[in-house]
Design a protein around this ligand. Structure first.
Ligand code: MN
Length: 130
């Protein structure tokens, strides 16, 4: 079975780029543009992983993370953050919030491939930051 990845990204070009790349890699992609459309996806089905843009315009991507972490059946879904901020402090904030990894834009697809295979293989027992 294909792993399903929720891609939350407000920029259409970035979203399509990620979707195309992930589909070639063999993943099924469920796109969302903001928090509400993400919640709509979760109401129907649970993804194996989330690729989360942090800056969603009016929304803060980390609010989705907080929402997930309150739900026992969803709290272990690996979330990989994507941010345009290269600042170490911002990356630390994102990892402290519970994202498993934080990738900078433009995305290094070798890194993304490595993170996805790492977290999808073993979503619970890989190193979890608390
Ligand atoms: Mn964005």
């Amino acid at each position: 079975m294909k792993h399903c990845i929720l891609v939350v990204e407000d920029n259409q070009l970035n979203r399509e780029l990620l979707r195309d790349w992930l589909e070639v890699e063999g993943y099924e992609v469920w796109p969302a543009t903001d928090l509400q459309t993400s919640y709509d996806v979760f109401a129907k089905r649970i993804p194996d992983a989330v690729l989360l843009d942090i800056n969603l315009g009016k929304d803060d991507g980390l609010d989705l993370l907080a929402w997930l972490r309150e739900k026992p059946e969803m709290r272990d879904i690996p979330v990989i953050a994507v941010t345009a901020h290269a600042l170490v402090a911002e990356q630390e904030r994102i990892l402290q919030a519970g994202c498993r990894a934080c990738l900078s834009k433009p995305i290094d697809f070798h890194l993304l491939r490595a993170e996805l295979s790492r977290w999808l293989q073993n979503p619970k027992t890989s190193q979890v930051r608390s």
